[in-house]
Design a binder for this molecule. Structure first.
Ligand SMILES: [Zn+2]
Length: 223
């Protein structure tokens, strides 16, 4: 049984996402999920095809890690296959957001990674945001490709589809998705100015070590 406060926090983040520039118009704007802290085998996920602003806790669906419906009357998002693949592969992940945010999805449509142009992407996502090769939405193959291309990082692009961002909670995953979109926009501008210029690997490594040793607990996206 998922507790009420957990559901309410989840719904607030879903509404925040829907009101943000990360969300497009109309249905099919993405999906969110969170792992229950008190039972790491239980996953709360958005239903298929509903506006997030209209959701109540009764519309959310609880799945186990195999995808069985434990609670809920609605059909869970079709994206559950890749959400669950990530939860099964990454015990450290407690929140996942999938978006079609426009700049990052433009890079996904070209199968071009988002480069670590500024330190915020290194700290937030762990470096470049790589591209999982195309597979049909809802397929097991897409889940496998997302897991392989995500590795130990916090974000990945899905070729000709969109963005997946993860975190130690759903709020953090939303922050990561925002940073990915911000750097995708910067990259689009730098490429129009003559070429993107990523940080060198030594600086990236130093940034990752600095974050690990000196980062504030619960804050992985500071400047
Ligand atoms: Zn999608």
């Amino acid at each position: 049984m998922i507790n009420n406060q957990f559901c309410e926090e989840f719904l607030q983040i879903a509404r925040d996402f829907e009101e943000s520039p990360l969300s497009g118009f109309g249905p099919g704007k993405g999906s969110l999920s969170a792992r229950d802290y008190s039972d790491s085998e239980m996953i709360l996920i958005t239903p298929s095809g509903m506006q997030f602003s209209t959701l109540t806790s009764e519309d959310l669906v609880v799945l186990d890690l195999k995808g069985n419906i434990i609670e809920g009357k609605r059909s869970p998002s079709l994206d559950r296959i890749f959400h669950l693949a990530v939860y099964n592969a990454r015990p450290d992940v407690f929140g996942i957001i999938h978006t079609h945010s426009p700049y990052a999805t433009a890079f996904a449509s070209l199968a071009k990674p988002i480069l670590p142009l500024i330190m915020s992407l290194v700290i937030s996502a762990g470096g470049s945001v790589d591209v999982a090769p195309f597979a049909f939405p809802g397929s097991e193959e897409l889940g496998q490709r997302v897991v392989e291309s995500l590795g130990k990082k916090s974000a990945v692009l899905m070729e000709q589809h969109g963005v997946l961002a993860v975190g130690k909670n759903l709020s953090k995953a939303l922050e990561v998705a925002g940073t990915v979109e911000n750097v995708a926009q910067i990259q689009a501008i730098t490429e129009s100015l003559g070429g993107a210029r990523p940080l060198d690997q030594k600086t990236i490594n130093e940034g990752l070590i600095f974050e690990k040793n000196y980062g504030q607990p619960g804050n992985s996206t500071k400047d």
